[in-house]
Design a protein around this ligand. Structure first.
Ligand code: MLT
Length: 214
């Protein structure tokens, strides 16, 4: 664990892969939570997991919310830029390949990954979003030019209405991302089958990540 670069975070170097999985935990999690998930999703990839800096009754999150599913937009935008700065600083510090930065987030972590995708196009080269919502409606459509995005959603998720995930898919698709949305008859909790699906999807995507856009 390290506390510098502005975020408490965990970094573990990869084998000989150029891929770094950026792991974004859910509300109440920390930088260690998703490490086993990351190892399963992309064996051999480096792992970088920051801890969200906002505390909600002591539970770490990546941005403030006013109520469940109602986000503090100003805080969200500020925290997204702050996280992008951290990712850039960590890329330099740990000598990561910027063209291999791939996000994997769950719930609040998926929402901050979606926000990073919309506000910093090109920073993340692919994203796996488990239980994601629309972080905000973008004023202008970003150019995500073929960015592969996997979304795993639960039809019985009580925190995330299905039409909200559907809307996120539309926003990303309008921005030219290549979205693979998978529904299952499950709730907010992640299932082993979805992790296996995401792993299969990533194994097709990771060898084909192009160079960083100019
Ligand atoms: C959020 O606040 O990002 C969503 O409500 C999901 C969550 O945190 O569990």
């Amino acid at each position: 664990m390290s506390g510098d670069l502005g975020f408490v975070h965990r970094f573990e170097p990869g084998d000989d892969s150029n891929v770094t999985l950026l792991l974004f935990h859910g509300t109440g999690g920390d930088e260690n939570d998703l490490v086993p998930l990351g190892r399963e999703l992309a064996p051999g990839a480096a792992i970088l997991g920051p801890r969200g800096k906002v505390l909600e009754h002591g539970a770490p999150r990546f941005f403030r919310r006013l109520a469940e599913g109602v986000f503090d937009h100003e805080d969200l935008v500020r925290r997204t830029h702050e996280l992008a700065d951290f990712i850039e600083a960590a890329t330099e510090r740990y000598e990561l390949d910027p063209s291999g930065l791939v996000a994997a987030g769950y719930s609040n972590g998926a929402n901050i990954a979606a926000s990073l995708t919309l506000l910093h196009p090109g920073l993340l080269r692919a994203a796996v979003l488990f239980r994601a919502m629309v972080p905000f409606e973008p004023e202008a459509t970003p150019d995500l030019a073929g960015m592969p995005v996997f979304i795993a959603a639960g039809q019985m998720d009580r925190m995330i209405p299905p039409d909200n995930t559907q809307r996120l898919t539309e926003i990303l698709t309008e921005a030219s991302a290549d979205v693979d949305l998978r529904w299952r008859s499950v709730g907010h909790g992640l299932t082993y089958e979805e992790v296996a699906e995401a792993k299969g999807w990533l194994s097709g995507v990771l060898p084909n990540l192009g160079p960083t856009p100019k």
